[in-house]
Structure formats: structure tokens, C-alpha cells
Design a protein around this ligand. Structure first.
Ligand code: ADP
Ligand code: MG
Ligand code: MG
Length: 888
């Protein structure tokens, strides 16, 4: 049978899967000679066996536990339940991934009516003995017998007050003795049984309870949040007790070897004199900063500093350490890699390289790419008190203050007038885009982190909170309500999209400070990565941001936003309503100079870096008013103002809107299908690109346009569009006499394109995988519908591992990408390949793209630093794997 129980000197830090993080590190510290109270660890496999056998501890495991207990008793010279020298232990949970505070621990186990007397006698400190016993009853009752601590604490407080005390240390031995008797009464009342007196029974009950705590509600939620699989189980550590509550020469505390919020290389921690483990975190007494321990216990302090240095060097990472001092003797009870903010993670990684502890490559792996998000946005200054009204999903980081508006048109209007607004909607649709652009931030009461509003806001680096269900929006009254608080139209609120917090009023904010360490770490990352990082940017501001964050080009410049600006919509509508080609051309002639100015700003911002421009993609009805709205308006006019000169126009518009209406726009007349039926549109766009390029080239500014045709499914579509673009280029060159270098490629975003990539590559200089549409067309999901209706259930019930619109589905969509690349390169070995879906900014998807040998990933400007880091991590991991393979 597999060994299930390990003494501390039988394990080491590599055995986390078996012993859990806490157990493995206790073993490691024991082996390197640190003062760790002795004990043993029951493996997490025993936990799984426990669950598999219907919550029973197998006999073999039980006898291993008893054997280990005997060894512990021998090593300490104490006996569990002994009346001369009783052994007291803690029973501590600890799984492979640290889940701070999520599972249970029991201290002082082994206390009963007899052993407490022995301890009182032995220590000559009855107060301490009774205090420890009452703590045990309270903790055991809570964790094992499931009696709420409230009953005990309420009682304790009453007694304390009755005695006129302010805090626990004032309680005497006699006081505790009385409390113990009362506590036993509380237990009996709740479970109709006496508090268990047999220490062995206590031990096994506690082990059961710790196993059970693996599946308590908060542990389950924590695992879901942090994507920790449920199959690991928790190990259980049985450790002999040391006591920080033995008097003023005793104490307990927690310290980080460096500051976990700034990263500064200074010990950071807290302690309490005459207290036991839990007291520090429980917040009953205010702990002292670790520095004052130097005064309180100079010798212990210098010894502790030495231990900290040693542990940090040993683990080569910042440590989070628990310690206890018993009669002036220091004991270490836990160490783990400390959790830290992004800022601290970066500073610590860079400084550890400077200290010679880490290599640059290792430092790259020490920062979680997703964390970088915290650093790139304005945030609320923590110095200020904030009164949180409600909390939603932190969908797009950054903080914003503005006046509440409920209507996107109004948001736009106020924005023009220079008023800062926050758009509050029950949900957002693509129609709201102009309102989002005009707002400082967006709040929705429905929808998740990948909802449309969130995606759009993240793309723009705009603060967004989604799914804030506490928010009851009343459009009629123009207000929203949370509980009893009503917030009216145009009242000021502050939102923090990094935390999901909504606050009434204005709160001061701080700008992101990008440290030198941040730049340095990313420059190291750039040396490692094998894939380029570009940005998706539709306007000069975004393009500038992208360059600032290190983008090496634009991977996707969408042109539809350019058509949606307020002053252009009427012209765009004219173009759409045109009945003749002539009429359409006239409208397009108006749009041409506008498009030229768009491209000019972007090309200039990119300073000679490549810019992939996608020609118009969405169906035309998106530029027209809503069908239902318009129908109502026309009907009203027909009755109320039948002579109005505008009626005919409106009727015409409605007719066209009806004509263009599609039952399934996602699969309708869009992408290159538009370009084929209305070639004048693409021709105008291409002319604008080439005119601008020529004008800039003549000023000595290098321009690298890459023209991208969307939604190609058959090579013939691309062939026609390519011809059109080439002809346009020739026409412009003939006119200007300036040669322009450009390439023409396509998006691969329907399965047929990937499957016939060998044919399509004959007409394409590059492929860009549009994985948003490719995911829609591969799964046959419409994203908006899927995310609004069933995807959440799918993920909760593990039908899908992740939202495929956020995390690339490697086995389906990814397989099509592989096929596309392989077939495409058969025809055109030099074919350039990239990804421009939102996946281009997601860690695991980036890793996949690196492995497939794509030339670049493209993501929103604000995710560029993240992508640079993730790409470097993927490259390092990939190389390490290759090296491993070649060794084996
Ligand atoms: P958590 O995972 O919630 O931190 P722990 O198992 O680490 O739970 O224990 C909670 C507290 O009890 C910690 O402060 C720890 O240092 C203290 N503690 C645990 N075991 C012992 C022991 N054998 N002697 C003294 N204190 C202990
Ligand atoms: Mg702990
Ligand atoms: Mg698309």
C-alpha cells in the first residue's frame, strides 16, 4: 500500500502534491535545521481515499497515523492524554495550492479536564492552561462540532464586561475556569452531548473535519475563482504545540521577508505578545509592527531576521512566515511564497536579479502577466476612505468619476459639451458603442466579464463594471437604486473597474506610475520571446498608446468606428440609401477625405511600423436607425404630421432599413460580401489608404499598410477583392507618381477558409486569424446570444472548460488554425501569420500561438505589456521542454 503518513523529517519541499504546501515546507524547514515543532503529515491522497470510501478513514491509514503519533510522542517525551506530561497538537489543513484561511485548523488538541490540570501544574501557570483549554473548546466546537463561534464570543464578551475588563489579558485563571464550564454548557446545549474528553477521539474527529473542510463552501468558491481543480484534496498536519500565550516573554506573529505591496526589501510584519496564532489575524487586539520586536525581544528578533534571510535564500523568493515565541524561544510554524501586488512582484523579481539570486529568465516567470493590468490604469487613491455602494464584476480595470447617465445618445451629447459621464445600463449592445466611447466608464447590471460592454471597454482601456445585480435601474424615473440608496440622473459616482466597486461621489485618483523595474523586466522579456506583439488600434490615440506600451505594429485597425462618428453618420446613411451607383459615389467622395485623415493620424503614430487595415466588415444596417424605433416614428408622423416634408425621407429610410434587415446578421451580408456587392466602398477605403500613404511618403515618412479583406470563405472572393485593391493602387500611383509598398491579406475567420487555406494563400500575402468570428463559426454560436443565454451554465457545469471567446479553444478552433497555417504555407512558404482576436491578449492562447509559429499576436494596447511577458514565458517554457526532451 502507498505510504500515507510522513514524519516531518521524511518529506521535503518537492512533495507538495502529496504533503500539501504547508506540510512540504514544514518538512523542508525541519530538514535544514530550523526550529520547527515536530510532527507528521497525512497525505492529500488519504483525503481523496477518505472521500472515495464514503468519508471513512481506512484502517491502514488509521494505523499509520497511530504509528506516527507514537513516534511523535517518543521524540517529544510527551503523551497525548498523558496526565504527567501531556502532548498537545495542532491539526492543520494544507493543500498543494495555498488557499489562505479557506480550510480549517484546530489548536491545543489533547486538552481535557485532566490534561489541563497537568499542564497547569507543569508550567506552574494555571492561567495559561485554562486559557488554552477554553481556546481549544471554542475552536474544536466551531470546526468539528459546527457550533458558531458567535455563541462563545458573545458569552465571553458578556463575562468580560461583567468583570469590568477591557481585554482578554486581564482575565485571571479563575475567570477562564468559569468560562470553560460555561463553554461546556454551550456545547451540550447545541449537540446534546458532552464535549469529547478522549484525546484520540478528538484527534480523529479533527482529521475528519479538516478533510471535510476541503469541500466547504468558501473553499469551493475560492478554487473556482483561482481555477484550482477539486481533485487534489487537502493534507493534514499534526504538529506538537508551542505556546505564544505563556506570558510576556512569549508571543506570535507573521512576517513577509519583503513588503508585499511595494516590494521594498524590508521585513514587513506584525506580532502580539502573550497570544496564540489566530489572535494576530482575528483582529481582536491590534498587533505591533515587527520593528518593535527588536526592542521587546532583541535576541529573538535578530534570530528571526536570520531565519528570514535564510528562508528567502533557500526558496529564492519572498516568504510569508508564521512564528511563535515560547518563553523567549523562537519557533517557525509556516513558510510559503508570499502573495503580492503586481508592483511588488515586479520590483522583487528585478531586485532579486540584481542581488544575484535569480537569472533574468527566472525573473520573467515570477510575474503573472494578468497582474500587469493593475498597473496600467488610473486607480482610486487608497489614502481616502471609500463608502462602497455596490460591487459588480471587475470587468475592465481603471477608475473613473462622472455623472450618471442612462442613455448612450445623452452620454455622447454631454461629452461634446465637456461633461464627464458614467454610462449606466442594464446591458449594452453594439448600438451603444458611441455612448461607451463618450463615457469615462460603464456600469451594467447584467452580463459577465466577457460581455460586450466588458470586451469593448477593455479594448479601449476604459473602466467597466459588469453584472452588478444589486443595481436596480429605473429608466422611467431616470435613477438607479441599491438597497435604500437612490442615485439620480446626473449625480456623480466613482467606479473602480479593477475591483468592481461603485462609490457615490468623487474620490481622488492616482495616475499609473510605470516603474523603471517594469520597463527593465519587459526588456528582458523582449529578449526571450519568439513572437511579435502588435496592437489592435482604430484611432491615433490608441496607436500612440500601443507604441508607448511596446507594440511592434497594428495587427488590426477596424474601419467601422470611423463610419460611426456623429458627423459622418448622415453621409454614411446617404451612401447606403443611394439608389444609383452615381449617388453612392457622391456620398463616398464626401467620406474619402475623412477616411484619409483617419489613416494619416494612425500612420504617423506608428512611425513606420506595419499597420494592418481591415476594410469595412459589419452589415450596413448597423449604420441605420433601429427598425422598430423608426417604424413607430413613421407611424406617428403619418398620423400627427402627415404634411411634414421629412415624412417622405423617413419612409424611404424605413423601406431601406426593412430591405437591409437580416434574420441572422452575424452570418449575413457583411465582410467581403459587402465589398463584392458594393465595390465602391472598398475602393474608396483603398484609395484613402494609398492617397495618405503617398502623401506621407512624399514627406519622408515611411508607411507600411497591410490591407486585410475580412470574412473570406472562398478563394474567388479574395481574388476579386485583391484585384480591386491592386487596381486602386495602380490608379493612385499613376496619379501621384509615388510608389507605395503594401501587402494584401485576409482574415481567416470561417472554417472553410482554414480548410482551403492552400487555395486562399495563392491570393494572400498574410493570414490573420480572427478568432472571435472563427470561434463563433466553429462552434456555431453567436457570441452575444451565447454569453447572454447559456455559456455561463455550460462553464459552471463543466460542459466547456472555459469561455471559448476568452480562452482559445485549442482542440477545435486551434485545430483549424493549425490546418490553416500548414496548408497556407504549402502554397506560400513566406506567408505571414498572426492572430487579431481578443485571444491575442490571453496568456494560454498566446502560448498556443507561439507553439504554432505565428509571426505575431495582436491585442488591445493595454494588454500589450501582458502579451510581451506571456510570450516570453511561453518561449522560456517551450525551450525548457525541448531541452528536457533532448536529455531524455
Ligand atoms: P491557516 O492556514 O489558516 O494560517 P494554520 O494551520 O497555519 O492555519 O494555523 C493557524 C494559526 O495557528 C497560525 O498562526 C499558526 O502559526 C498557528 N499554529 C498552527 N500550529 C501551531 C502549533 N503547533 N503551535 C503553535 N501555533 C500553531
Ligand atoms: Mg497559516
Ligand atoms: Mg470578424
Amino acid at each position: 500500500m502507498t505510504k500515507m503518513v510522513y514524519m516531518f523529517d521524511e518529506g521535503n519541499s518537492e512533495m507538495k502534491e502529496i504533503l500539501g504546501g504547508k506540510g512540504a515546507n514544514l518538512a523542508e524547514m525541519t530538514n535544514i535545521g530550523l526550529p520547527v515543532p515536530y510532527g507528521f503529515t497525512i497525505s492529500s491522497q488519504a483525503c481523496n481515499d477518505y472521500y472515495n470510501s464514503g468519508k471513512r478513514i481506512q484502517e491502514e491509514v488509521e494505523s499509520e497515523i497511530l504509528e506516527a503519533l507514537a513516534r511523535l510522542e517518543k521524540a517529544t517525551g510527551k503523551k497525548l492524554g498523558g496526565t504527567v506530561n501531556p502532548l498537545l497538537v495542532s491539526v492543520r489543513s494544507g493543500s498543494v495550492f495555498s488557499m489562505p484561511g479557506m480550510m480549517d485548523t484546530v489548536l491545543n488538541l489533547g486538552m481535557n479536564d485532566q490534561t489541563v490540570e497537568a499542564i497547569a501544574h507543569l508550567t506552574d501557570n494555571p492561567r495559561f492552561a485554562y486559557d488554552s483549554y477554553r481556546r481549544f473548546i471554542q475552536m474544536f466546537s466551531n470546526v468539528v462540532l459546527e457550533i458558531d463561534v458567535f455563541y462563545f464570543e458573545q458569552h465571553l464578551e458578556k463575562r468580560r464586561e461583567a468583570k469590568g475588563y477591557h481585554s482578554d489579558p486581564e482575565m485571571t485563571a479563575e475567570d477562564w475556569k468559569e468560562i470553560i464550564s460555561d463553554y461546556k454548557g454551550i456545547v451540550k446545549k447545541h449537540i446534546r452531548q458532552e464535549f469529547p474528553q478522549d484525546p484520540l477521539e478528538q484527534l480523529f474527529l479533527a482529521i475528519h473535519a479538516v478533510f471535510d473542510s476541503w469541500n466547504n463552501q468558501r473553499a469551493i468558491v475560492y478554487r473556482q475563482l483561482n481555477k484550482i481543480p477539486g481533485h487534489y484534496g487537502t493534507a493534514v498536519n499534526i504538529q506538537s504545540m508551542v505556546f505564544g500565550n505563556m506570558g510576556n516573554d512569549s508571543g506570535t506573529g507573521v512576517a513577509f521577508t519583503r513588503n508585499p505591496s511595494t516590494g521594498e526589501a524590508l521585513l514587513y510584519g506584525e506580532y502580539l505578545i502573550n497570544a496564540q496564532g489566530e489572535d494576530v489575524v482575528a483582529g481582536i487586539r491590534t498587533p505591533h509592527p515587527i520593528e518593535t520586536l527588536q526592542k521587546d525581544m532583541p535576541e529573538v528578533f535578530s534570530q528571526f531576521v536570520e531565519v528570514c534571510n535564510r528562508l528567502e535564500h533557500h526558496y529564492r523568493d519572498m516568504q510569508d512566515i508564521e512564528f511563535t515565541v515560547e518563553h523567549g524561544e523562537l519557533f517557525i510554524l509556516q513558510t510559503r511564497n508570499g502573495k503580492r501586488t503586481a508592483q511588488a512582484a515586479i520590483r522583487i523579481a528585478v531586485e532579486m536579479v540584481k542581488e544575484g539570486v535569480l537569472t533574468q529568465r527566472e525573473a520573467i516567470g515570477r510575474v503573472e502577466p494578468e497582474q500587469l493590468n493593475q498597473l496600467l490604469h488610473r486607480r482610486i487613491d487608497d489614502k481616502y476612505q471609500k463608502n462602497i455602494l455596490a460591487k459588480g464584476l471587475p470587468a475592465s480595470p481603471g477608475a473613473a468619476t462622472g455623472k450618471v447617465v442612462f442613455d448612450p445618445d445623452e452620454a455622447e451629447q454631454l461629452h461634446i459639451e465637456g461633461v464627464k459621464v458614467i454610462l449606466v445600463r442594464s446591458e449594452t449592445t453594439p448600438d451603444d458603442i458611441h455612448g461607451i466611447i463618450a463615457s469615462q466608464g460603464v456600469v451594467t447590471s447584467r452580463g459577465g466579464m466577457t460581455s460586450h460592454a466588458a470586451v469593448v471597454a477593455r479594448g479601449m482601456g476604459k473602466s467597466c463594471i459588469c453584472g452588478c445585480e444589486a443595481l436596480k435601474i429605473d429608466m422611467q424615473q431616470q435613477q438607479f437604486q441599491v438597497g435604500d440608496t437612490v442615485v439620480k440622473h446626473l449625480e456623480t459616482i466613482t467606479i473602480d473597474g479593477g475591483t468592481g466597486e461603485i462609490i457615490v461621489g468623487e474620490i481622488p485618483m492616482i495616475d499609473p506610475e510605470l516603474s523603471d523595474e517594469f520597463g527593465l523586466l519587459l526588456s528582458w522579456a523582449d529578449q526571450e520571446r519568439t513572437i511579435d506583439v502588435r496592437a489592435n488600434a482604430d484611432n491615433p490615440e490608441d496607436a500612440k498608446k500601443a507604441v508607448e506600451f511596446g507594440a511592434e505594429g497594428i495587427g488590426l485597425c477596424r474601419t467601422e468606428h470611423m463610419f460611426m462618428e456623429a458627423d459622418r453618420v448622415p453621409i454614411v446613411q446617404q451612401m447606403i440609401l443611394a439608389e444609383t451607383e452615381e449617388e453612392r459615389k457622391r456620398a463616398l467622395d464626401f467620406l474619402l477625405p475623412m477616411q484619409e485623415s483617419d489613416f494619416e493620424g494612425i500612420f504617423q503614430a506608428m512611425q513606420g511600423l506595419p499597420v494592418t487595415i481591415r476594410l469595412l466588415d459589419p452589415p450596413l444596417h448597423e449604420f441605420l436607425p433601429d427598425k422598430e424605433h423608426l417604424a413607430v416614428e413613421v407611424a406617428k408622423m403619418q398620423i400627427l404630421e402627415p404634411d411634414s416634408p421629412q415624412l417622405a425621407d423617413k419612409e424611404k429610410l424605413l423601406k431601406r432599413v426593412r430591405q437591409l434587415h437580416e434574420s441572422n446578421p452575424m452570418l449575413g451580408h457583411r465582410g467581403c460580401r459587402l465589398g463584392i456587392i458594393y465595390p465602391e466602398i472598398y475602393q474608396m477605403q483603398a484609395t484613402a489608404i494609398f492617397n495618405t500613404a503617398a502623401a506621407l511618403e512624399s514627406k519622408g515618412i515611411t508607411v507600411k499598410p497591410e490591407i486585410m479583406i475580412p470574412l473570406v470563405g472562398h478563394v474567388n472572393e479574395l481574388k476579386i477583392m485583391r484585384q480591386l485593391v491592386n487596381d486602386t493602387a495602380v490608379a493612385v500611383q499613376n496619379k501621384t507618381g509615388i510608389p507605395i509598398e503594401y501587402t494584401i491579406g485576409t482574415m481567416i475567420e470561417v472554417p472553410r477558409a482554414a480548410l482551403t487555406a492552400n487555395e486562399i494563400a495563392a491570393e494572400a500575402d498574410f493570414f490573420s486569424f480572427g478568432t472571435n468570428d472563427l470561434t463563433q463559426t466553429t462552434f456555431g454560436y453567436s457570441r452575444d446570444d451565447a454569453e447572454a443565454k447559456f455559456l455561463k451554465d455550460y462553464i459552471e457545469n463543466k460542459i466547456l472548460p472555459d469561455n471559448p471567446f476568452a480562452v482559445l479553444d485549442q482542440s477545435g478552433v486551434g485545430a483549424l488554425m493549425k490546418t490553416g497555417i500548414q496548408l497556407g504555407k504549402q502554397t506560400r512558404p513566406q506567408l505571414k501569420t498572426g492572430i487579431c482576436g481578443e485571444h491575442g491578449g490571453e496568456k494560454t492562447s498566446i502560448e498556443f500561438c507561439c507553439l504554432q509559429g505565428l509571426d505575431y499576436v495582436s491585442c488591445s494596447p493595454y494588454r500589450v505589456p501582458l502579451a510581451r511577458l506571456a510570450a516570453a514565458q511561453a518561449a522560456v517554457k517551450n525551450e525548457l521542454q525541448k531541452r528536457k526532451l533532448s536529455i531524455n
